[in-house]
Design a protein around this ligand. Structure first.
Ligand SMILES: CC(C)(COP(=O)(O)OP(=O)(O)OC[C@H]1O[C@@H](n2cnc3c(N)ncnc32)[C@H](O)[C@@H]1OP(=O)(O)O)[C@@H](O)C(=O)NCCC(=O)NCCS
Length: 162
């Protein structure tokens, strides 16, 4: 298997907001997110503010975002939010970097970082059934497809056998 690119995850900062806004306002990126439309400026600002608020990690709704860089360049973000039924994760790669294994590398890093941050391995993702690339990323890494809701499939991380 070809080697995945070397990607570093670091806490998302205010200075990364413009990079995120560029992705969130790009219809290629939002195609399988929410209603599929690019986010408006207010929505982007609200989400960024919530991500930077650093609410207590045991509170439902608290989120942590991570910027992914490759050789110092921003290439994507990983988002995580505590929900009542686990830690929901998501990942976005800037379209000019698609198809190079960046998401795979980001997810590999996230599967180490996020359980440490939340002290929980109960990770899940909700995926549009048409987003086959995202589904493949998750199943390759031990997530199991379960029935979802609101038209989205749910993928839950199956604990590794001891
Ligand atoms: C989904 C997304 C994160 C994938 O990022 P990426 O960096 O292009 O993904 P990768 O290059 O790591 O590819 C992942 C797998 O899909 C395969 N793949 C990538 N692009 C593909 C394509 N267009 N068609 C078929 N397979 C593809 C890769 O070969 C790889 O498979 P492998 O593990 O067998 O090598 C990216 O397209 C994205 O940010 N989309 C918008 C946001 C989004 O939908 N996020 C997911 C929400 S749940």
């Amino acid at each position: 298997m070809p080697q995945l690119p070397s990607v570093t995850l670091q806490p998302f900062q205010e200075s990364d907001a413009a990079f995120f806004a560029g992705m969130a306002s790009d219809e290629r990126v939002t195609r399988f997110i929410g209603d599929g439309r690019p986010w408006d400026r207010q929505t982007i600002e609200d989400r960024v503010r919530a991500a930077l608020a650093e609410e207590a990690l045991d509170l439902a709704g608290s989120s942590r975002w991570f910027l992914a860089t490759e050789t110092g360049n921003r290439v994507g973000i990983v988002v995580s939010t505590r929900k009542d039924d686990g830690i929901e994760i998501g990942y976005w790669v800037s379209p000019e970097h698609w198809g190079r294994g960046i998401a795979g590398s980001m997810l590999d890093g996230a599967l180490t970082t996020i359980p440490e941050v939340y002290d929980s391995r109960e990770l899940f993702a909700r995926v549009d059934p048409a987003n086959t690339v995202s589904a493949k990323l998750l199943t390759r890494r031990g997530f199991q497809h379960e029935a979802g809701e609101c038209g989205l499939d749910r993928y839950t991380l199956v604990p590794a056998k001891p």
